[in-house]
Design a protein around this ligand. Structure first.
Ligand code: ATP
Ligand code: MG
Length: 342
């Protein structure tokens, strides 16, 4: 891990909540009550829970938009209480639901906001904006001069992400960033963010109230319950397999067995040697690329009325459904079931 402080953010840093309490002025009960958890550097931690359970408050304490009233938060080993709040905020990417883009600034100007405050020169600014807009799939030549109102909701969301990344912060806070998007756009932007994250490896805290989104996006999930209490903090797999109590079980849903199938890819079956070699007779089976999930495989089997699918090499990173590459083997319903139960 790097030791870069917030002035020269680089690499990823872990975030430690150490018995954190937040009681708002005049409140009788804490909004966040004795929260302790560690988000390892470079991971995505999803805060999940019902409305009013303290997710946003927990997030806003990290960049001191809400001041903690007990305990400590450390980023890369340094207490946030020892840092100047304004500088701290500039060193942390922050994405909120309505993206918070400035309507009267162009897309390029929006993305450049923080680096500009940090005093970057024009050339460096221009290069960084170009690089970031490219990264989120909105080339500056085409989109840089537009205003937020001239973009779709999903595009605005991507600008929000580019802006949060502008000063290369080691930490990103995202509060229901995709909540306002329609389901299809949302899935798209989630996929894009995951692909982006795989390249940039920031430490991300991501608020959601959607278990499916949490399972998809999170390396770990922190489930909050009413009263700002942490109910469970685990990997999605463990959470779905071993919910700590009835509240968590209810929150993750009755179909948690099915949800777990989204966590395993056909490629994992191939790696585990659980595919059978394809025979000529299997040519009629529906086929799916190896990067598809077991849940997709199961859906396809149900839809096609078969008890197996042919598994092909993935065609490309964006291709999750109908591979056309060489056939790796055949995944049977039984193999999918067994892997799902593991
Ligand atoms: N500025 C504030 N002053 C006083 N109380 C607040 C303030 N902000 C939030 N609260 C209270 O703190 C509790 C936690 O609120 P918070 O916004 O963190 O919840 P949340 O989990 O993000 O909810 P949602 O899913 O609805 O966004 C709630 O009871 C809320 O009423
Ligand atoms: Mg909230």
């Amino acid at each position: 891990m790097t030791q870069a402080g917030p002035e020269t953010p680089a690499g990823a840093q872990d975030i430690v909540f150490d018995h954190v309490v937040k009681t708002y002025p005049n409140a009788t009960v804490p909004a966040v009550d004795d929260l302790s958890l560690t988000v390892p550097a470079g991971e995505i931690c999803v805060l999940l829970g019902p409305s009013g359970s303290g997710k946003t408050t927990a997030l806003m304490m990290v960049n001191r938009l809400a001041e903690i009233t007990g305990g400590d938060i450390r980023i890369g080993g340094r207490s946030i209480l020892d840092l100047d709040p304004i500088r701290l905020r500039r060193s942390i990417g922050y994405v909120i639901q309505q993206t918070g883009l400035f309507p009267h600034l162009t897309i390029a100007e929006n993305v450049a906001t923080v680096p500009k405050v940090l005093g970057w020169d024009k050339k460096r600014l221009r290069e960084r904006v170009g690089e970031l807009l490219e990264l989120v799939g909105l080339p500056a030549g085409e989109y840089g001069r537009r205003y937020p109102a001239q973009l779709s909701g999903g595009q605005r969301q991507r600008v929000g992400i580019a802006r949060a990344l502008a000063a290369d912060p080691p930490v990103m806070l995202m509060d229901e960033p995709f909540g306002a998007l329609d389901p299809i756009t949302r899935e798209h932007v989630q996929d894009e963010f995951l692909a982006l994250h795989a390249r940039i490896r920031k430490t991300v805290i991501f608020v959601s109230h959607d278990i499916d989104e949490a399972v998809k996006m999170g390396d770990r999930i922190a489930i909050f319950r009413e009263g700002g209490k942490l109910a469970q903090y685990d990997t999605p797999r463990t959470l779905l397999k071993e919910p700590a109590d009835a509240f968590v079980a209810r929150f993750v849903g009755a179909d948690r067995g099915l949800k777990r199938l989204t966590l395993t890819r056909l490629a994992d079956l191939a790696d585990a040697g659980a595919l059978t070699p394809a025979r000529d007779a299997d040519a009629a089976l529906p086929q799916l690329a190896a990067d598809a999930s077991l849940r997709s495989a199961l859906s396809l089997m149900v839809a096609e009325g078969t008890d197996a699918v042919r598994v092909t090499e993935p065609r490309g990173p964006a291709d999750g459904s109908d591979g056309t590459g060489p056939v790796l083997g055949v995944a049977s319903l039984d193999a999918v079931r067994k892997a799902g139960a593991a």
